[in-house]
Write a protein that binds this ligand. Structure first.
Ligand code: TYC
Length: 126
């Protein structure tokens, strides 16, 4: 008969296994379950806004081309976003998981650089 027990994992979420025999008192098996505990509600990957910044030199047509090419916008949508950025200074091109957002920023910046435009694009946590 034991007089005390070590803290036990919450067995409603931690499945028992064949080695999980605690009848011999506190010992190596008392912590079985901690490593296999799973999260009841897996976290969604966090989302990031891809932002386009205004400048005085990049041609409007080039910005529209970028929005069509990398963000799959049609001409009307791309023109609306470009004019919003032109007038307000910044605008959202789309919201994506981190790695996709980062890839889009790099694609836009590389394409702008290759064409010698100072267009800037950045990330912001959504
Ligand atoms: N302001 C630029 C111009 O007048 C156009 C422009 C729009 C540039 C959006 C960048 O993200 C931008 N030619």
């Amino acid at each position: 008969m034991r007089t005390h027990r070590l803290a036990q994992p919450d067995m409603s979420v931690a499945p028992r296994c064949v080695e999980d025999d605690d009848s011999r008192g506190p010992g190596r098996n008392d912590q079985v379950g901690i490593a296999v505990k799973t999260r009841a509600k897996p976290k969604k990957p966090s989302q990031f806004k891809v932002l386009m910044l205004n400048d005085d030199y990049t041609p409007m047509e080039f910005v529209v081309m970028v929005l069509k090419r990398f963000f799959h916008m049609d001409l009307e949508q791309a023109t609306r976003v470009m004019l919003h950025v032109h007038q307000r200074g910044v605008g959202v091109c789309g919201i994506f998981p981190y790695e996709i957002a980062e890839t889009k920023v790099n694609q836009v910046m590389d394409f702008a650089r290759q064409n010698q435009h100072p267009l800037q694009c950045t990330l912001d946590k959504a």
